[in-house]
Write a protein that binds this ligand. Sequence first.
Ligand code: GEK
Length: 244
Amino acid sequence: MSEDTIYKADTGSEPFRFDDKVAAVFPDMLRRSIPGYAASIEAIGSLARRYVRAGSNCYDLGCSLGAATIAMRQGINEPGCRIVAVDTAPAMIERGKEIVANDTSILPVMTDVDFVLGDIRDIEIVNASMVVLNYTLQFLPPEDRDSMLRRIYEGMNDGGLLVLSEKVIDENPHMEELLVDLHHEHKRRNDYSALEISRKRAALENVLVPETVPMHRARLKEAGFAHSAVWLRYFNFVSIIAIR
Ligand code: GEK
């Protein structure tokens, strides 16, 4: 796995972009930056086994290199399904295709994967038994998030499952300060320097826009999801499951 050294260099005031440089170090970046990332991927596999129905579609929205796609494919135990893995970043889609093609894990059933280079706001969602937004919604402009969730709900079958993982802000400013500090300490333990952490933070400003857990849950309810629960929280990173 290539080491993420991107913010060892001074990148000036350039906003964060999902380009070739990021794609080349992405697994290392996520592992060291997102507390709970590995747990989110593991759960996606288990949830796929429980919720994916024969002949249905699964969507990995903002798939990056396809880690959640691979987990779903390993979990799916029903015939005739299809995974649609979508990302706007060509560098991610190109590498993701290679990674999935070279994945040699033994699968319970063969599930086709279609990689789509495109914006998740333009993708048609139909006959879905599982939809994954693993740390992706946070990159959409907030004003586009309600309609995105509504479209997902409308494209899902009854009993279908949505996994929504996000960086969040706490409603309580005092606790927010502590959680951010704990996250930065976690990154320092994972060998990012204080300078790398502050450069990355500046680059993500206005690119990754976090919301509170109550805002996410209210949006899910508004979109129509009858049930939702936070199943994972690690500092200011959460994963929520919602069932149609
Ligand atoms: C994982 N889910 O490993 N349309 C499509 N893709 C988008 C859009 C958009 N509008 N906006 C951002 N992206 C993955 C990790 S990373 C999380 C997801 C992170 C894509 C973007 O190109 C990137 O690949 C991904 O969403 C977010 O489970 O970097 O913190």
